[in-house]
Design a protein around this ligand. Structure first.
Ligand SMILES: O=C(COP(=O)(O)O)N(O)CCCCO
Ligand code: NA
Ligand SMILES: [Zn+2]
Length: 305
């Protein structure tokens, strides 16, 4: 059933588990994520970035919203990294039930003002809002303290920000970053900072840049002819710890992309004569579904629907 992001995330934070927000760009990703959620009896968030909305248009947003309504588990349809008020309005008009306004690159007052404006519009139509404070950036442990403070989320500022904006959940910067290169080896996650934020912010917290970029997946991508450098993702123990401290929404995009692409490359390499798209998109869809199911097990959302 189609529900708001807050309905899913409030319960998750209260009961101490995480819910995956999986980025979808096409039919196969949508099917993979929703089938995984139903098989795992897990709530799930379908995340569409502005790039996904540009790429998929009405075909994608219609599918996402209608399939969410028909799903046998709670599903929110979420705008990921909304960059403007207008972009949020387009998502609201498309029937999304969760929107992110990301003004974390602006100064504090601008972020507060722009986020408040989105909260008023979204709440007027029963949709809940994710905001962001702090800069996503992989940090090496030895990074100077003042540099960390400039980048990562300040706990006291977070409390004030949430009170002044009325946002429903907060994306925090505690050492993660988007993409396949999150740092050399195991990225440093500032759990102490997260604990301080969670004490001051009762709202569900969001972890961006949370993909694991597992070595076996990177290897499979390389073996199929893919080129990727020294990739590193977030360690499963850091995900579990972050959830225990208050993270309720966990964004996963890179792991799905790697799986989908590796399987397509393998299928095309294996049978150069093949030109039925279903023969290579099908196995790729299955691989994404398996990644999503295993992420749900790590997050603890299995059986929570
Ligand atoms: O936090 C994330 C994903 O993080 P990751 O790259 O670790 O999967 N996202 O918000 C997805 C970003 C999509 C923009 O193209
Ligand atoms: Na988001
Ligand atoms: Zn993100």
């Amino acid at each position: 059933m189609l529900v708001t992001g807050l309905e899913i995330l409030k319960k998750a934070r209260e009961e101490g588990y995480g819910v995956g927000a999986f980025n979808v760009n096409n039919m196969e990703f949508l099917q993979a994520v929703l089938e995984a959620a139903e098989e795992q009896r897990s709530p799930v968030i379908l995340a569409l970035s502005e790039g996904a909305m540009k790429y998929g248009g009405r075909a994608l947003t219609l599918m996402a919203v209608e399939l969410a309504k028909e799903a046998r588990v709670p599903v929110a349809v979420h705008l990921d990294h909304g960059s403007s008020y207008e972009s949020v309005l387009r998502a609201l008009r498309a029937g999304f039930t969760s929107v992110m306004i990301d003004k974390s690159h602006e100064d504090f007052e601008t972020n507060v003002r722009e986020t408040r404006r989105v909260v008023e519009a979204a709440h007027a139509v029963g949709v809940t809002v994710e905001a962001e404070l702090g800069r996503l950036a992989g940090i090496e442990e030895h990074v100077a303290v003042d540099e960390k403070d400039a980048l990562l989320t300040n706990p006291e500022e977070a409390r004030i920000f949430m009170e002044r904006t009325g946002a429903d959940y907060l994306a925090v910067a505690i050492g993660t970053s988007h993409g396949a290169y999150k740092g050399k080896g195991r990225p440093f996650i500032d759990h102490a900072r997260l604990e301080r934020i969670a004490r001051l912010v009762p709202a569900p917290l969001v972890l961006h840049g949370a993909s694991a970029v597992p070595p076996e997946l990177v290897e499979r991508f390389r073996a199929s002819g893919g080129e990727i450098g020294e990739a590193a993702g977030i360690h499963p123990e850091d995900i579990k710890k972050a959830i225990s401290l208050g993270i309720a929404k966990i964004n996963t995009d890179t792991d799905l992309r790697l799986a989908f692409t590796a399987l397509i490359r393998e299928a095309l390499n294996k049978n150069p004569k093949e030109f039925d798209p279903r023969k290579y998109l099908g196995p790729a869809r299955e691989a994404v579904k398996e990644v999503v199911k295993s992420r749900m097990e790590l997050f603890g959302s299995v059986g929570r629907a």
